[in-house]
Write a protein that binds this ligand. Structure first.
Ligand SMILES: O=c1ccn([C@@H]2O[C@H](COP(=O)(O)O)[C@@H](O)[C@H]2O)c(=O)[nH]1
Length: 223
């Protein structure tokens, strides 16, 4: 199965659908995040689902357990394949999110955003390295009964060794020649795949490429 999920971080619904239609032969799923959901809501998700690929709702839910469980129930109708919550919301929040998720929906916990490095973490009051924080939150997510986590390609190898049957979503991926932008803990798609990633999230290297189909095909060809 193709592990690439294309992040459709585009302001216009018609442009997002057109891009998804163009590259659908070279990807395995579509990731809709906060930007998309705030702009287009349930209607937008239904429209993108017509492309015929699995939908990953990257909503990064983070609130008290009751509120997150309510949000999970509210999105059942969209039948997402994957939904994200923040691991830093705590064990009870993750347990309630999983209990409220649909039967076929994987719930994965964001550990440390790939846009953060150790100094960013220190500024939020988290001591130690981003690597250690990812491992700590991965253990918590496993204890809470989640399906897996979101982490960078730098940590996925070790998390995979500790959590054999986990489901690992890796964003912050850049082909060697691509600009990093706001991503600070980036690796190539191939490196992430070799280290044990289950899902490779790729946005701008495809969506902002001059030829998105050629970019998606080239990335697929490296895997
Ligand atoms: O730690 C995280 C969690 C989520 N993301 C999301 O992945 C994509 C990456 O897009 P690129 O354009 O390939 O950088 C984006 O939708 C993020 O919200 C992440 O990057 N890091």
């Amino acid at each position: 199965m193709n592990p690439i999920y294309l992040a459709l971080d585009l302001p216009r619904l018609d442009a997002a659908i057109a891009l998804a239609q163009k590259v659908k032969g070279h990807i395995g799923g579509l990731k809709l995040g906060l930007e998309f959901f705030c702009a287009h809501g349930h209607h937008g998700v239904h429209e993108v689902a017509k492309v015929g690929l699995p939908i990953f709702l990257d909503l990064k839910l983070h609130d008290i357990p009751n509120t997150v469980a309510g949000a999970m129930q509210a999105i059942h109708v969209l039948e997402p394949a994957i939904v994200t919550v923040h691991a830093s919301g705590g064990r009870a929040m993750m347990e309630d999110a999983k209990a409220a998720a649909g039967e076929h929906c994987k719930v994965v916990a964001v550990t440390v955003l790939t846009s953060l490095d150790d100094s960013d973490l220190a500024a939020t009051g988290v001591g130690g390295s981003s690597h250690d924080q990812v491992l700590r939150l991965a253990d918590l997510a496993a204890e809470a009964g989640l399906d897996g986590i979101v982490c960078s390609g730098h940590e996925v190898g070790e998390v995979h060794r500790r959590w054999k049957n986990g489901y690992f979503v890796v964003p912050g991926l850049r082909p060697a020649e691509a600009a990093l932008g706001d991503q600070k803990r980036a690796v190539t798609p191939r490196q992430a795949r070799d280290a044990g990633a289950s899902v490779l999230v790729i946005g701008r290297p495809i969506s902002r490429a001059e030829d998105p189909v050629a970019a998606a095909r080239a990335i697929e060809g490296t895997l």
